[in-house]
Design a protein around this ligand. Structure first.
Ligand SMILES: Nc1ncnc2c1ncn2[C@@H]1O[C@H](COP(=O)(O)OP(=O)(O)OP(=O)(O)O)[C@@H](O)[C@H]1O
Ligand SMILES: [Mg+2]
Length: 483
C-alpha cells in the first residue's frame, strides 16, 4: 500500500502536488471542524445551564415558604411547582429538605421520603450554600446528565435544595449530526479539489510533456525541425520560450557548421583541381620542354603551399572550436612575441620593399595564455598588412598600456583600406573583402577569424579602423597578467 502510494507520487509532479493539497486541506478542515464542535458543545451546555439556573431560582422563590412547613399541603404544593417547572424544560426537578431528604421529584407522587441523597456531590455543595453545576453520568440511564443544584434560603438558613437536571443526549445527538455535516463538507471539498487539481495538472503538465518529448527527439535523432508551442505567458511559457531559443541557437550552429564544411570543401577543391590540371599538362608533354617544366613546377609548388596553408588554418580553427587548450596559462611577454611575429613576415615585406617598423614599447608587459596562439594572432594581422599593402608602403606595430590593466597591440599599414560595407564582416570565416584581388594574393578568409577566436579566448578583443585609400589599423586589446 505504502509502496504503491510512493510509486504513484514519484510518477508525476502533479500527483505530488495533489497529495500535498489533499493532506493540508484535510488537516485544516478537520482542525476547523473539531474546533467548531468544541465551541458548539460548550455554548449549548452553557445556554442549557443558564436556563436550568433560571428555572431553579424561580422555583426556589415559589417554594421557599412551603419548604419550612412540614405539612402535606405544603408538600403537595411543592410537588405541583416541581412538576410545572420540570415540564417547562422537560427537566428532572428534585427538591430536598435541609437534611438532604427528597421532598418532591417531578413526575412522581408527592411524598416526604426518608431517603437522603446528600451524598450526591451537587446536593452536598448546595446544602453547604453553594450553587453547584455538575455533569455526570447516571447509572440508571447510562447517559450524561447536567445537574444544577441551588440552595433555597429561608430566614437566613438553607431550608432545602432544588436540583434541576437534563440529559445531555439531545446535545450529543445534535453534535453528532453536526459532525456528519462537517465530514460531508470535507469530503465534498476534497472531491472538488481533486477535480480542479486534475484539470490544472493537465494544463501544467501537458506543455512540459511536449517539451520533454521535443528534448528527447533532439537527444535521440538530433531533430531540431520543430519549435514547441508557446501558449502561455507564465513560467511555463517562459520555459517554452527559452527552449525555443535554445532550438534556434542549435539551428544557427548547425547552419554555421554546414556553411563551414561547404566553404572548406570548396576552398580545398580549387587548388586540388588546379594541381590536377598542372600534373595533366606535365604528363601531356610539357615536362619535355625545360622552360615550361620549370614554370609548371613553380606553380605546382605555389599551389601545394597554398593547400597546406589552408589545411593548417582549417585545423587551427577546428581545434579552437573544439577548445583544445593544452597550455593556456603561460606568462607571455608581449614584446617578444611581437618581434618574433615581425621576423616571420620580414622576408615577404622585403620582397615588396615595404618598410616594417617595430614602434612597440611594451617591455615587461605580460599576459597569461598561450604564446604560440598569441603570436599566431599577431602574425595573421601582419601578414594581411604586408599582403594587401602595395609595393613601397609601410607597416608598423605599436603598443600601449592602459591603466596597468590592458595592453594594446596596434598594427598599422598604408594599404588600400577596407570598404565600410565589408568592415563588419571581415572577422567572419571565409569572408574576403575583394574576392578578385585576394584570389591573386591567395587568401582564404580564415586569418582574421582565427585571430579573433584566439584573442576572445584570451579574454581580449580585436577592433579595426580603416579608410579606403589611406590604410587600415587593427588593434588587439588583452588583459595584463596580474602579479
Ligand atoms: N590590412 C588589410 N588591408 C586591407 N584589407 C584587409 C586587411 N586585412 C584584411 N583585409 C580584408 O579582410 C579580408 C579577410 O581577411 P582574412 O585575413 O581573414 O582573410 P584573407 O587574408 O583573405 O585569407 P587568409 O588570411 O585566410 O589567408 C581579406 O580578404 C581582405 O579583403
Ligand atoms: Mg589574411
Amino acid at each position: 500500500m505504502f509502496r504503491r502510494l510512493s510509486n504513484w507520487l514519484s510518477r508525476s509532479l502533479a500527483n505530488q502536488l495533489l497529495f500535498t493539497y489533499l493532506l493540508v486541506l484535510t488537516i485544516a478542515l478537520m482542525a476547523v471542524s473539531v474546533w467548531a464542535l468544541v465551541i458548539l458543545k460548550s455554548e449549548s451546555i452553557s445556554d442549557l445551564r443558564n436556563a436550568l439556573q433560571v428555572e431553579a431560582v424561580n422555583l426556589g422563590l415559589e417554594i421557599d415558604n412551603d419548604l419550612a412547613l412540614d405539612s402535606p399541603e405544603a408538600t403537595a404544593r411543592i410537588q405541583a411547582a416541581a412538576d410545572r417547572h420540570g415540564g417547562k424544560l422537560n427537566a428532572w426537578v428534585t427538591v430536598v429538605d435541609s437534611g438532604g431528604h427528597v421532598i418532591a421529584e417531578s413526575g412522581m407522587r408527592p411524598s416526604r421520603s426518608k431517603e437522603s441523597i446528600s451524598d450526591q456531590p451537587e446536593i452536598n455543595d448546595a446544602l453547604a450554600g453553594i450553587a453547584a453545576i455538575y455533569t455526570r453520568s447516571s447509572h440508571l440511564t447510562k447517559t450524561d446528565w447536567l445537574f444544577v443544584a441551588y440552595p433555597v434560603r429561608s430566614m437566613g438558613e438553607t431550608a432545602g435544595v432544588i436540583r434541576v437536571g437534563v440529559p445531555l443526549t439531545e446535545i450529543n445527538q445534535r453534535l453528532h449530526q453536526d459532525l456528519i455535516v462537517f465530514l460531508e463538507i470535507i469530503l465534498a471539498t476534497l472531491v472538488v479539489t481533486v477535480l480542479i487539481s486534475r484539470w490544472l495538472a493537465k494544463r501544467v503538465t501537458q506543455p512540459i510533456r511536449d517539451m520533454s518529448l521535443t528534448a528527447s527527439q533532439i537527444a535521440a535523432e538530433g531533430d531540431i525541425s520543430e519549435f514547441v508551442p508557446v501558449l502561455r505567458k507564465d513560467e511555463i511559457g517562459e520555459l517554452a520560450n527559452s527552449f525555443n531559443q535554445m532550438i534556434s541557437r542549435l539551428r544557427e550552429q548547425e547552419r554555421l557548421r554546414q556553411e563551414f564544411i561547404a566553404n572548406a570543401s570548396h576552398e580545398l577543391k580549387t587548388p586540388t583541381m588546379a594541381i590536377g590540371a598542372v600534373v595533366e599538362a606535365l604528363q601531356a608533354g610539357a615536362a619535355n620542354d625545360p622552360e615550361l617544366r620549370a614554370q609548371f613546377l613553380h606553380s605546382l609548388e605555389k599551389l601545394v603551399d597554398r593547400q597546406s596553408n589552408l589545411l593548417k588554418d582549417l585545423l587551427d580553427i577546428t581545434r579552437l572550436d573544439a577548445s583544445v587548450r593544452a597550455d593556456w596559462h603561460e606568462e607571455v611577454s608581449i614584446s617578444s612575441i611581437i618581434s618574433d611575429a615581425l621576423e616571420q613576415v620580414r622576408v615577404q615585406a622585403e620582397k615588396k620593399e615595404i618598410v616594417l617598423s617595430n614602434l612597440s614599447n611594451a617591455d615587461g608587459a605580460v599576459v597569461s595564455g598561450n604564446s604560440i596562439q598569441l603570436q599566431r594572432a599577431i602574425v595573421n594581422l601582419l601578414h594581411n598588412a604586408v599582403s594587401y599593402t602595395p609595393v613601397g608602403g609601410s607597416v608598423s606595430v605599436e603598443t600601449q598600456i592602459d591603466d596597468n590593466k590592458d595592453v594594446e597591440v596596434v598594427v598599422k599599414d598604408t594599404g588600400p583600406g577596407i570598404d565600410a560595407g565589408d568592415l563588419p564582416h571581415i572577422f567572419e570565416r571565409f569572408y574576403r573583402a575583394d574576392k578578385s584581388r585576394t584570389r591573386t594574393v591567395g587568401g582564404t578568409g580564415l586569418g582574421l577569424a582565427i585571430t579573433k577566436e584566439i584573442i576572445v579566448r584570451h579574454k581580449g578583443s580585436v577592433d579595426v579602423e580603416s579608410t579606403v585609400g589611406e590604410g587600415s589599423t587593427f588593434t588587439i586589446t588583452l588583459p595584463l597578467a596580474r602579479h
